[in-house]
Design a protein. Structure first.
Length: 227
């Protein structure tokens, strides 16, 4: 498929609004999201480009929360929320994180030197995220994806809502963090994606192996898909 082609799937969501990283970064590419009286089309092409277009005005009440285009996935349940860490210190958690391994989303496939930079935005009461990587190989084309995040559970600070592009928001679960905040593990409710990250470019092999084991035995991820 050439880089200017776009995955398309016609799907109007009126009654069910679930959320999944997979629904957005998978093969849907073009889906209709009725929101706040307008119908939007979100397009994702094979080159990683994103666009949102207003298709038409629709007589719907504004929707609260977040939406996606997938069926069969779920919003964060109480049980799943409890699988996060008990609490994280947001100021300590901010900063640069190197992606050591992951089950990649569509956009991340073939990424190298992936880095997430978290910055607390005091004025907006949110986390500003700068996600960047080199596409294809270590010195490949630099891709940068600015995102926003809001803390969904203020008691634990470990459950966020990520917004890669308006109006979409997706759950983001901090599954684990080191005592010295030297590493962290991020997951999503449907367990399709996971990120193992470190404050340093490299991670101790025994630590990495233990986190992969926890991903399988404690959190139920398919570790054979970790890259």
């Amino acid at each position: 498929m050439s880089s200017d082609e776009t995955y398309t799937a016609k799907q109007s969501i009126f009654l069910r609004f679930d959320c999944s990283w997979g629904s957005f970064f998978g093969v849907i590419g073009d889906c209709h999201l009725p929101l706040a009286g307008f119908e939007f089309t979100v397009e994702l092409n094979t080159d990683g480009g994103l666009s949102v277009k207003v298709l038409a005005f629709v007589l719907l009440l504004p929707l609260l929360g977040f939406v996606s285009c997938a069926t069969g996935s779920r919003a964060v349940s109480t049980t799943e929320s409890r699988k996060t860490v008990n609490c994280i210190d947001i100021p300590r958690y901010m900063g640069r994180w190197f992606v050591i391994a992951n089950i990649p989303t569509f956009i991340e496939k073939g990424s190298h030197n992936a880095i997430e930079l978290y910055t607390w935005n005091e004025g907006k009461n949110r986390i500003d995220i700068n996600f960047r990587f080199n596409k294809g190989f270590f010195e490949g084309k630099l891709k940068i994806y600015p995102q926003k995040a809001w803390i969904n559970n203020m008691e634990m600070n470990a459950e966020w809502r990520i917004q890669p592009v308006w109006p979409l928001r997706f759950p983001y679960l901090v599954l684990d963090v080191g005592k010295e905040y030297e590493y962290t593990v991020i997951g999503v409710p449907n367990r399709k994606y996971i990120w193992i990250m470190s404050q340093e470019p490299e991670m101790d092999e025994s630590l990495f192996a233990s986190l992969v084991e926890k991903a399988q035995t404690r959190w139920g991820y398919k570790v054979s898909r970790i890259q």
